[in-house]
Write a protein that binds this ligand. Structure first.
Ligand code: NAD
Length: 445
């Protein structure tokens, strides 16, 4: 990582567009695949925006109140249409925002181009970038000396702590989007290594109940279908991990008519899976039974050599957990002895001699690698959490210590309230009598 190549940002070409508000502007520093894709990116970002009313309301307030005025935010997130709308919101709040990808395969190149050319946001992301470019892009963001970090998977926080300790004192606070990132941050805090407070946006109810479950559920099915175009009805689908993500994928697969089996290591979600109507098996048994395998654990080598050895011909493997470590692809490549080829876009065939196995999106998060990630309506709440958490740490960082914080309950409730408002859905309030009843201990049978 330390010998990452330096990115030479392309800059200073005159443009006019939304970013310039009608005036001539220069492109901010960037490294994207093709700036010419900006128009398509703008169209798709605006389409996503229609589904993000909560974030739009926040952006309008941010424009008036400028709660992030002058703050430098270094973001490492999936470069998607929804992220673009978050970046616009932070910028409207007065922040100087710089963005890089949080995964080498999840970048939408048209979005990256639009961010630079139309919204004036410095962006470092190319779909399919190699490991060196990935870290060079992270370093390009770190070079701007962010005061607030915004991560999806903790790579920015980790880089700053491991390789750029001199900068740590400049950082006021951070935010973190996903389960795997929160796990890494809690490990850092437990070691006493974390040097600034971080808000775990993932822990907000308005995030993981909807994003991890319904967002990943739908978009994982979407990714597998776009890549393979298989029929799911009647298919044997094995899902490893029955957390928020696993539950969502399982319910969506069941809804498409698949037969679902869950592999777990924790007895509680295993029982939950059973009572939700799925089969539960050991990994060894499921390996023989399954036709499609999806990992969603945040763990390492969940399906590995011993499982590949018994999987049936034509089995399809995909991962929806944060890192590409959930499938032991090095072992699979060894078993295939170089007989690996791309048979469709985002589908690699591993020829084991007697059988062929298929890996979708190189084992990276399939919903972002082979599809567009979560639908915008779900990211509306997740990114409302990001925007409001950024505002919260901008205001309160001095009162926070170097720990991982959950999103304040009032922010969580406000996001849900705004979402219902935007959807035109009304809920009830308790009567005064009910409030008194709920607060009393004397009333009984
Ligand atoms: N693809 C996406 O867009 C997306 C979205 C949200 C979260 N994520 C990622 O998905 C992963 C899971 O997130 P979550 O919120 O569901 O986490 P979670 O903690 O709610 O659930 C993980 C589950 O995996 C189980 N597990 C752990 N090791 C296992 C093993 N070896 N075999 C079988 N089961 C095992 C755990 O017992 C737990 O029930 C994380 O890496 C998270 O960052 C991805």
């Amino acid at each position: 990582m330390s010998n990452s190549p330096v990115v030479e940002p392309v800059q200073m070409q005159p443009i006019s567009g939304d970013a310039a508000n009608g005036q001539t502007a220069a492109l901010p520093p960037h490294d994207v695949t093709d700036i010419g894709l900006a128009d398509e990116g703008v169209r798709r970002i605006e389409w996503a925006e229609r589904e993000m009313p909560v974030l739009r309301l926040i952006r309008e307030r941010f424009q008036r109140e400028r709660p992030l005025e002058g703050l430098r935010i270094g973001a490492c997130l999936h470069v998607t249409t929804e992220t673009a709308n978050l970046m616009r919101t932070l910028k409207a709040g007065g922040a100087e925002v710089v963005l890089c990808a949080s995964n080498p395969l999840s970048t939408k190149d048209d979005v990256a181009a639009a961010l630079v050319a139309r919204y004036g946001i410095s962006t470092y992301a190319r779909r399919g970038e190699d490991r060196d470019s990935y870290y060079a892009h992270l370093n390009a963001v770190a070079d701007t000396h962010p005061q607030i970090t915004m991560d999806d998977g903790c790579d920015m926080v980790s880089l700053l702590h491991k390789e750029r300790p001199g900068q740590l004192s400049e950082i006021l606070a951070g935010t973190e989007e996903t389960t795997t990132g929160v796990i890494r941050l809690r490990a850092m805090a437990a070691d006493g290594a974390l040097t600034f407070p971080v808000v775990a946006v993932n822990e907000a109810l308005t995030k993981h109940l909807f994003d991890n479950r319904y967002g990943t559920g739908q978009s994982t099915v979407d990714g597998i279908l776009r890549a393979t175009n298989i029929l799911l009805a009647g298919r044997h689908v094995v899902i490893a991990g029955y957390g928020w993500v696993g539950r969502g994928i399982a319910s969506r697969m069941h809804g498409m008519g698949a037969q679902v089996t869950i592999v777990e290591v924790d007895p509680v979600p295993a029982i939950e899976a059973l009572m939700d109507g799925h089969q539960v098996m050991s990994g060894a048994d499921a390996a023989r039974w399954g036709e499609v395998f999806i990992t969603a654990t945040g763990n390492l080598n969940v399906f590995r050599r011993e499982h590949f050895e018994v999987m049936r011909d034509g089995a399809i493997l995909a991962n929806s957990g944060h890192f590409d470590a959930e499938l032991e692809l090095a072992a699979l490549a060894e078993m295939a002895a170089g007989r690996i080829r791309e048979v469709r876009r985002d589908v690699q065939e591993y020829d084991l001699g007697d059988r062929k196995l298929y890996v979708v999106a190189e084992g990276r998060l399939v919903n972002l690698g082979a599809a567009e990630g979560h639908p915008a309506a779900v990211m509306d709440m997740s990114f409302a959490g990001q925007a409001l958490s950024a505002e919260h740490v901008a205001k309160h960082h001095a009162e926070l210590t170097n720990q991982v914080y959950t999103v304040p309950e009032e922010i969580d409730r406000e996001i849900a309230r705004l979402k219902l408002l935007a959807l035109g859905i009304h809920i009830d309030a308790m009567t005064e009598e009910q409030v008194r009843y709920m607060a009393s201990w004397e009333a009984g049978t």
